[in-house]
Design a protein around this ligand. Sequence first.
Ligand code: ADP
Length: 539
Amino acid sequence: MHGLMQDWPLLCHKVLDHAAAYHGGREIISRSVEGPFHTTTYSDLRKRALRCAKRLDMAGIGNGDRVATLAWNTWRHLEAWYGLLGIGAVYHTVNPRLFPEQIVWIINHAEDRLIFVDLTFLPIIEAIRDKLPTIERVIVLTDADHMPELKIDAVDYESWLAEADSDFAWKEFDENQAAGMCYTSGTTGNPKGVVYSHRSNVLHAMAACVPDMLGLSSRDRIMPVVPMFHANCWSIAFTAPMSGATMVMPGGKMDGASIFECLDTHKVTVTAAVPTVWLMLLQYLEESGKSLDILERVVIGGSACPRAMIETFQNVYNVEVIHAWGMTEMSPLGTLCSMKPEVADLSGDDKLDLQEKQGHPPFTVEMKITDDDNRSQPWDGETYGKLKVRGPAVAKAYFKGDGGRIVDDEGYFDTGDVAHVDANGYMQITDRSKDVIKSGGEWISSIELENIAVGHADVAEAAVIGVAHPKWDERPLLIIVAKPGVSVDGADILDYMRPKVAKWWMPDAVEFIDEIPHTATGKIQKMALRDQFADYVFE
Ligand code: ADP
């Protein structure tokens, strides 16, 4: 016997319909790439998204066609995103921080037909245009007045859009149709394309909105500092309109002062980004003596959030930290660290201990930790294993079948992370499996050591890598970037760490460098550091 409910396919653009119908006057405020702040509403954004859909349709773009975007978070990017969704085309957000050769590779692999590009990234496109044979047209996300002289053929978005009106209806199609694409950084081998469906995006956003996850409401004013090109924008391009929250889009300025200006001027209540962004903000706040009076919570993920960062946000600025873990392959949210009743009374150090964990999954994410033989490990908060996940918004394959089969017989995807889970279901990442330090047959967590080291007042950033050791296989080397203008020595940092770290985990040496290399998504580039210190010998 079947249920007798209506067929109502879970299509992403219905999210925008909902926002326009019930939260139509709510604003989307963006720092434009041209400079000034720009304000629109869900209702107007929907009209322009429909116009964009019609214009795309006129250009012959339709079902399954991939279209690249190389753009910051602004209203134009958002309306192009929904315009594509509404005709069954596929938004393909490209990370402009990748090397030009990687961008070429990704666009050609995706066979993108058009590209929407911000003024900021025109030099990239000018340099690689002749290597992009599938791209039929370059559309610059600006108006005619701001269009610069270009070496390539391109049209400004506003003139292009003006060739259509908004008298258009979204196309109808199956909810399993592809909606978006995002390539993983691919620290080894070529990047791999993750393909989201309409259904997976909608389900994922619904699961992510609930109070124990992002907890969004129409009273929130959310600023996704995380770019739309990083891991499906952490779903905020869907969760914000779904909950009717005001959106503040930071555009292209990511420095501490500019992020503060957006937070403060536009009264942001919740925001989200990787730790490196918050490092810049906290440094700016320290230097300027400014405070965060309106901001209520900050979602931090993409890399482990250092304890010192949680402590500073909460104790100095009265902003609650929500530590989150996820990955491009998971749409991307996997776990969020909200306080269940079992832990709600924790305070001080005990609360920080808990918040260093990446948290517990929303409905739709099933997780397990296993040993090398795929046997599930106990959830005791100590026994670690490979972290595996499954669910309706978790990848089952990469675009064009790259990488072959990526799920086990039970449909679980191996995240490549090593983690333990406690009795309350809180997961903690101890490392990327390729970054764990294998010392005397035991594993040392580089993340834990890094988190402790950045707690030292003079340390700006820390990385720990395993370096070959004749007796122990590998031993940890601590690499430090000191805060500007301070002089600190390695022995002092080790003294600070000693009471907090098991003896055999203590780094064997400390090295200072001016800058730690980061990936295009703000993660510490351990491979580059391992190369840099490949010949390192402990004294
Ligand atoms: P990319 O590989 O393109 O940078 P992802 O953002 O998909 O993209 O990377 C996912 C990986 O980032 C995870 O598998 C995990 O190793 C790491 N990660 C994400 N969030 C956290 C976190 N809160 N703590 C530790 N590691 C994290």
